[in-house]
Design a protein around this ligand. Sequence first.
Ligand code: X5A
Ligand code: ZN
Length: 685
Amino acid sequence: MNSSPEDRRSAHVGLAYDERMCLHATPDGESHPENPERIRAIWRKLEAEGIPDRCILLKIKEAEDAIIASVHTRNHIKLIRNISSKKFDSRRLMIASKLNSIYFNEGSSKAAYLAAGTVIEATENVANGNLDSAIAVVRPPGHHAEANEAMGFCLFNNVAIAASYLLNERAELSMRRILIVDWDVHHGNGTQNMFYSDPRVLYFSVHRFDFGSFYPAGSDGSHCMIGEDQGVGYNINVPWEHGQCGDADYLAVWDHILIPVAEAYNPDIILISAGFDAAMGDPLGGCCVTPYGYSVMLKRLMKFADGKIVLALEGGYNLNSLANSVFACAKTLLEGSPIVGNFEGRPFESTWRVINEVRNELKTYWPVFSIDLPEEILISNVERYPIQAGINSSSDSDVEKDLEPSNAINFSSNNDVGDLILPLSKLNVDDGDSGELSHLRSQQNQPGTSEAYENSKEVTTETCNDLFHWRSSLSKIDVWYGSYGSNMWKPRFLCYIEGGKVEGMTKPCRGAMDKTPPKDIIWKSVPHRLFFARSYSNTWGHGGVAFLNPQSNINDKSYMCIYRITLEQFNDLLIQENATTEQFESPLVDSRDIEFLVKSSFMSVESIKGGWYSNILYLGEQDGIPILTMTCSLSDVEKFKSGELPVCAPPKAYENTLLKGLLEGTELSSEEAIGYLKDAVARNL
Ligand code: X5A
Ligand code: ZN
């Protein structure tokens, strides 16, 4: 280094990488997002930029069982130790298949021990002052690994092991307060659990939560999880409601949650669970943090703990953004200032809501949170919303089951609804070509194909120029949405508009972007047959859900509650009902589709074909406004008739919701309403 004596010495930054961590790979050579190329790509980039020469290269060590045992069970350690041995050859696949998102091969044990050992080595040398800071380029990642279980591509919980090592084995280093910052796009369930009642470790995670539907789904990542016993207040979750979060959102969280807490906590060392799957273009994360964003996030943490920071790689699946982000972090540690850059845009409206919820939840433990946020940031005249609600959210459908909410459309600078109204896309259902939508769809990532991962970058940039325009035009068109199932009960229907859930629903709805309540509600009856089919839905659990036979019959009569909403809201409803993980830049149903519907009475929406409610029915009009509903396809009806698909009575909670709707909306007595539903269940299709 060519620094003069007056200069502060350049930082001693440790860097760790070992090719042997590439030994862990899928057994059959199948492509997988968590593959050896990830760390190779990082290393190639760092070398090309001359970073290793400016760093202190660390010894790569395997972790010792005795140290791993401070957070993992003996059984788990035994499993990870033995999984690669010859005698497990025949059982490896079987064992992995019983775990959640895990593969094993003959190199897995070695890589897992090296990853954990390397993070320990980096942490120890930062803690004892040999290094100022360090980056451990390791895999497999760690933060999902539980005490007794590998999951989410993670075998050993590298960061948790290192933290526990400092606390329990190296007390003389006086690392009494450890801040773990987990900026991987996923919640680090394993790390949270390991220190849940331990105030010596403050676990902070910002992650996609999507109301509990984002991996690792469930309530662990909720902002209500604040720690317990001695550790209460020392677990902080910032759960995004949706994808597309970027620099502005993350830095708002830094400003209003993490930095104030770090000031109060005064950590002795910071360990970063540094996943880069919230990076722009990541196929799993669907967020858009830039290298500059990571660089600033890191720099803001460097003023704590005397700059003692260890970054340990977690996720990050777009090789380019992964390598560029790690490079940005390395430069930041070395140079003590963020890389050159800037960011545009403002946080989402939801980001302020989330920040407030987190602060509120924790204000008794962190008094700084009692200070209200300045009003001007809460009342913004230009609110920013994510593009379309195509994320795993509540629905009676289960098509999304094992799809990654991948390939979210990224946000570029200009998010405002423009005045410009572009021509609406057309769904050419009549000639079998679904136009733009099928084009978009064909470019979707199919998890498991390497090509898809390579494509992800192009897709993201291609769709980066968000088109809000269809929303503004469809918000000016009214339709009646006809409900015949649980949506007949207004509070349940409102979940699709406002978000949230009512009793009996297993998960909340995302809500529509426009949360205006319906302008009018009317009850009608229609000459279509109501029936209950399927045997399980994500929202209601085991039992059937309501369908309407698309074919009318004058002898049939079903009650219907029709809500006057905008065509924009109808599109958001359609997406939620069909639980698609996709994001659409064009509407699924536009005014030209309505013209088509008026003529042909039903229309299958090609781009959500897998959804159970992808068939739009036109049921005439009311006050000159079309009445639309959604149901299954005619061919599904045939399958329900033949027994190829199950017909099933509804679950109690679901049936009760329909009953409440009928009783509040119609003149039916409760006997009549019950009879009406019983009949729909019992009568043959
Ligand atoms: C470390 C990490 C993601 C697991 C996703 C499983 N894991 N579908 O990013
Ligand atoms: Zn992740």
